[in-house]
Design a protein around this ligand. Structure first.
Ligand code: GRF
Length: 209
């Protein structure tokens, strides 16, 4: 049974999911707190949010490293320095490499109902397909693109006049709440993974990994 008190959160953009985690962890009863925020680029609001919350930050740009493998190793080392129990990829627009994935459990959030519409344009792709319901998925990351074991999902309606921005905002309202709920429960109750099945807490009566 794994638990998740210390969080390193990775961001690439506005960081509203990060903000939701920062806000939740202001309450000690939440059970988890953000100990560092990492990014793959500078000058983003996600990093500013961390700084305002007095949380340390780090940036590792892919272009600053000779190879992807070097970047993967550097990211893993930066994360490891904060000894996290859980890494949360919250709008981080890079696939994490084996050095990070093998060292830490990584939780990822995606603005579509996986396995439909994986990748960087989940909202745009769902809209283009004409689905009437989409949503968000919180999953454990593996080496694929949005292919890891699913922890939680919630549906969001697609309305007739939606464009990508409007739909994404509707999804993100749900996504932030779901991510905060799931990270908190994982921290307080622990979790197990069996194949593709993730269980939070000990509902099955003693199973552990
Ligand atoms: C979220 O919808 C996330 O799932 C997607 O990008 C968005 C990030 O939003 N990959 P924010 O940076 O947390 O505001």
């Amino acid at each position: 049974m794994s638990k998740a008190g210390r969080l390193v959160v990775l961001v690439s953009g506005s960081g509203t999911n990060l903000q939701a985690l920062l806000d939740a962890s202001a309450d000690p009863a939440y059970g988890a707190r953000v100990v560092a925020v990492g990014a793959d680029r500078e000058g983003i609001e996600g990093l500013a949010r961390a700084t305002r919350a007095q949380v340390p930050t780090f940036v590792e740009k892919l272009g600053d490293h000779p190879t992807r493998a070097d970047w993967d190793a550097a990211v893993a080392a930066r994360i490891a320095a904060y000894e996290p129990d859980l890494v949360v990829s919250a709008g981080f627009m890079k696939i994490l490499g084996a050095p990070t994935l093998q060292a830490f459990p990584v939780l990822n959030t995606h603005p579509a109902l996986l396995p439909s519409f994986p990748g960087a344009h989940g909202v745009r792709d769902a809209l283009a397909h004409g689905v009437k319901v989409t949503g968000c998925t919180v999953m454990l990351a593996d080496e694929g693109i949005d292919t890891g074991p699913i922890v939680a999902q919630e549906a969001v309606p697609v309305l007739p006049d939606d464009d990508e921005a409007v739909l994404h905002e509707r999804i993100k309202t749900v996504e932030r709440r779901l991510l905060v709920e799931i990270v908190g429960r994982m921290a307080r109750e622990g979790w197990t993974v069996s194949g593709r099945t993730v269980r939070i807490g000990n509902q099955s009566g003693g199973e552990s990994t």
